[in-house]
Write a protein that binds this ligand. Structure first.
Ligand code: GRF
Length: 216
């Protein structure tokens, strides 16, 4: 019988806690993914050890060795495509992607961003939420489009901002919700329930609202 699991390549730049959440979710009997490779742009990425510990091939494609973004993304794309993934998962991959790269994986590349998009796209989201005195924060899973952090939202997880919060405590709370929503959204994709169509995210054939699906 053919393997029903979805072939996936995960891209990381750092700690890889979201990668770990996927690996852990995938240990269940109904494992939805065949995680074929983890690729990083940073040789020191701590998440590499998580991949290796799980027996997943781990590759470094160091962006500092390339003289243009186009050349880097072309090399990255070639490496990814060797694994023939049905889905590319950005899990803390800290690179701006070229339009050609995004287009190549359009509809089959997801990202997780540490804010309730469209609020706080970009970097240092926890610091900015605290500085603005926001009462609520969270994370968003979205399809990747050419617009940075601007692709249609699939699922959000919300957390309260507490008066006692520091950047570190708030980041930890957001990470907790990330580790719930990313494996879930990726399961939906693996089950064929999630699609990008005409700029919108669809779950079970229904266009999702701007904040995505409601966390069950
Ligand atoms: C997460 O906060 C994610 O939302 C953002 O980068 C961070 C990656 O964390 N895109 P980790 O490497 O998965 O621990």
């Amino acid at each position: 019988m053919s393997d029903p699991r979805l072939p996936v390549v995960v891209l990381i730049s750092g700690a890889g806690s979201n990668l770990q959440a996927l690996i852990d979710d995938n240990r269940q009997a109904d494992a939805p993914l065949d995680i074929r490779a983890v690729i990083t742009n940073r040789p020191a990425a701590a998440g590499l050890a998580r991949a290796r510990a799980a027996g997943i091939p781990a590759e470094v494609i160091d962006h500092t060795l390339y003289d243009s973004r186009d050349r880097y993304d072309a090399a990255l794309q070639a490496a990814i495509d060797c694994y023939q993934p049905g889905l590319v998962v950005l899990a803390g991959f800290m690179r701006i992607l070229t339009p050609a790269f995004v287009h190549h994986y359009l509809g089959r590349m997801l990202n997780i961003h540490p804010s309730l998009l469209p609020h706080y796209s970009g970097l240092q989201t926890h610091r900015r939420v605290l500085a603005a005195g926001g009462a609520e924060h969270g994370a968003s899973v979205h399809f990747v489009t050419e617009q940075l952090d601007g692709g249609p939202v699939i699922l959000q997880g919300r957390v309260p901002v507490l008066a006692t919060d520091t950047e570190a405590t708030l980041a930890a709370r957001v990470h907790g919700v990330e580790h719930r929503i990313y494996p879930l959204a990726i399961r939906w994709f693996a089950q064929g329930r999630l699609h990008l169509h005409a700029g919108g995210a669809y779950l079970d054939g229904r266009l999702l609202p701007p904040h995505g699906a409601t966390l069950p």
